[in-house]
Design a protein around this ligand. Structure first.
Ligand code: DGL
Length: 271
């Protein structure tokens, strides 16, 4: 059973969820965070729904064993399937896609673009959730086949900047070619990690990072349930990855996570 001193769990296929963890650290510096990145299997967006569910359940079991007090699904691809695994957890499960839809509602927009993995775009979960809370907002979706994986591999490697720029130019370019847009949701948690690059190449876009809303919703939930940790506590960030501990350590620091208490290897799911 979880208590107010239990950690908050954050899961992603890779390092994308760092964009959520860093917002949590800013807003809730007294909370412990347990991060799981399935580096051995990233990117999820190119897998089938069934495969994504199997890989997700592996991370959920880990988080359930650690008795987290809230689980933040800091992966849009996984969040699209939330109805199929929400009940696997005994704590509340937060979807980053819902956070993105909430952030759009707060802005009251006529139209908005959403860039995401192809899986997220094909699932139509952004248009559906935005449609529920902002029925007058037109949504233009763009699946980006390469951007998440490029970010995963290239962040922290300055020699790869040209490669990042080329993918952003092509894939975000396809969104703005559909329709002139002022606002764009970063519908994959990897994208806020290259937010400055996107803005440099598309300065006319205002970017919406759902992580901000997700951190606020977590704060509200903890306050409402009396589950917020003692404000005097110095929050930990313990990272587990099925990928490279060295890469995760370097990238966590590079994207501004602080503190990074530990980075450990966790064996990937078999078969
Ligand atoms: N970070 C994940 C997301 O938000 C995507 C990366 C992947 O496809 O694995 O959708």
């Amino acid at each position: 059973m979880f208590t107010k001193t239990s950690p908050i769990g954050v899961i992603d296929s890779g390092i994308g969820g760092f964009s959520v963890a860093r917002r949590l650290q800013k807003l809730l510096p007294y909370e412990d965070i347990l991060y799981f990145g399935d580096g051995a299997n990233t990117p999820y967006g190119n897998h089938t729904g069934g495969e994504i569910l199997t890989m997700t359940r592996y991370m959920l079991r880990f988080m359930e064993e650690k008795q987290v007090k809230a689980l933040l699904v800091a992966c849009n691809t996984i969040s699209c399937l939330i109805d199929q695994y929400r009940d696997d957890m005994s704590c509340p499960v937060f979807s980053v896609v819902q956070a993105g839809a909430d952030a759009v509602r707060e802005r009251g927009l006529d139209k908005v673009g959403v860039i995401s993995t192809c899986f997220t775009a094909n699932s139509r979960c952004y248009p559906e959730l935005i449609g529920k809370s902002s029925p007058r907002t037109r949504v233009y979706s763009q699946g980006c086949p390469d951007l998440a994986n490029t970010v995963e591999r290239c962040v922290g490697h300055p020699e790869s900047q040209e490669q990042i720029d080329a993918v952003i130019r092509k894939e975000v370019g396809e969104l703005v070619a559909q329709e002139p847009l002022d606002y764009c949701v970063l519908g994959c948690t990897h994208y806020p990690l290259v937010e400055e690059d996107i803005l440099r190449l598309f300065p006319g876009l205002t970017l919406i990072d759902p992580a901000e809303q997700m951190a606020k919703s977590t704060q509200a939930y903890l306050a409402e349930k009396g589950l917020a940790n003692d404000p005097g506590h110095e929050g930990r960030l313990d990272i587990f990855t099925t990928g490279s501990v060295e890469e995760y350590t370097a990238k966590a620091r590079k994207v501004g996570l602080d503190p990074v208490t530990s980075v450990r290897f966790y064996p990937p799911a078999q078969g």
